[in-house]
Design a protein around this ligand. Structure first.
Ligand code: NDP
Length: 334
């Protein structure tokens, strides 16, 4: 099995020397074990946090050990009845081409005609669930709300915008880091308006996009985006704090919003969340999303990098914004 290991803790932006690719000999699957050929592995922003040696909601990656993360693959050998050769499974043994372990680590997913198996890592998986629960459960969006989402052309953000529209938002505003992405937001994902955060101060651009303010902010970015949202939220506004990617590779202490007094004066609610604590909403999400996909009411994009040997590049590209929609690494071609 070809695997990617973390060998040094990145200082600031990760570099190639922080990782190594290695070959691990696998024994024949023991009793209760299965072997899976990975078809796609996920690279996700949260993995940057796991590369640091700090206490968090997920423990750090261990140095010298193979990294883990979401993956989807196909069973090629099995010693248990519940998992059959050919089954498509999702699991957390990513960053390798072949995964092997106890059957309980692997969850069979149905193959849906017209939906690629990679969707289990995006539009039918963790990132879209994050959008769904963050918008509806955490920020408690209701019909008629004006919604702003940052990182809007990414895996989570592109779903937030579309779900908001489908759930009756009055107006959906997005920000992203290139003019091409901004064009996709309004042209493909149905945002009412969007702006390129690199073209001018976020506070000014958001104020222009939302003359009547916003009611909900879905924060993927933190920093100046969060400050701009706090400046723009209407009385009783709600923000779901999902991530703060602007600071993940920074070696400086993060700068907090300078306008926190608005939280008091306008009765705002800012609530952080981790998708893992909302898994009870998965069945409702999966049913609703399957319906939207079948009806063509949700569209999704994937940016696919080819080959386990390019997984580290894919991760770096994700952090730099080279992706539209879900960033994936394709491993095996069935
Ligand atoms: P994305 O697909 O959105 O990819 C990351 C994007 O971040 C890039 O494409 C880039 O887009 C943008 N970005 C990078 N640097 C900056 C910056 N300095 N300022 C603004 N945007 C930047 O990733 P995900 O959809 O997987 O994740 C989005 C966010 O959601 C992340 O913050 C992540 O940590 C968080 N998350 C949280 C979860 C939770 O449970 N709380 C679960 C899943 C994700 P651009 O070109 O627009 O700059």
């Amino acid at each position: 099995s070809t695997q990617i290991q973390l060998v040094a803790r990145p200082q600031g932006w990760p570099v190639d020397g922080d990782f190594r690719m290695t070959t691990v000999e696998l024994a024949e699957p023991g009793p209760g074990q299965v072997r899976v050929v990975n078809e796609y592995i996920s690279v996700d922003p949260y993995m940057r946090g796991r590369m640091n040696d700090v206490k968090s909601y997920v423990p750090p990656f261990a140095l010298g050990e193979t990294m883990t993360g979401g993956a989807v693959g196909r069973v090629v050998a099995s010693t248990v009845d519940a998992l059959k050769v050919g089954d498509v499974v999702v699991h957390q043994l990513g960053w390798r081409d072949v995964a092997q372990g106890d059957a309980a680590q692997f969850r069979v997913v149905p193959e849906v005609a017209g939906v690629p198996v990679s969707a289990n890592l995006g539009v039918l998986g963790m990132t879209a669930l994050t959008a769904y629960v963050g918008l509806l459960e955490v920020a408690q969006m209701v019909p008629g709300d004006t919604v702003f989402v940052s990182g809007a052309a990414g895996a989570v953000g592109s779903m937030v915008g579309q779900i908001a529209r489908l759930k009756g938002a009055a107006r959906v505003i997005g920000s992203a880091g290139s003019d091409a992405k901004v064009a996709l937001l309004t042209g493909r994902y149905g945002f009412d308006t969007a702006f390129n955060y690199k073209s001018g101060p976020v506070t000014d651009q958001l104020a222009a996009a939302a003359p009547d303010g916003i009611d909900v902010y879905f924060d993927n970015v933190g920093g100046d985006h969060l400050e701009a949202a706090i400046a723009t939220l209407n009385d009783g506004g709600r923000a779901a704090l999902c991530g703060a990617i602007a600071q993940y590779n920074s070696t400086d202490a993060p700068v907090g919003p300078r306008n926190m007094a608005n939280i008091v004066g306008r009765g705002l609610m800012l609530k952080g969340f981790i998708v893992g604590t909302y898994l009870q909403h998965y069945p409702a999400f999966a049913a609703e999303m399957a319906g939207w996909l079948a009806a063509g009411e949700v569209v999704f994009d994937e940016t696919v990098v080819d080959g386990i040997e390019h997984a580290v590049d894919a991760f770096g590209s994700l952090m730099r914004g080279a992706n539209t929609g879900k960033m994936l690494v394709q491993i095996a071609r069935p």
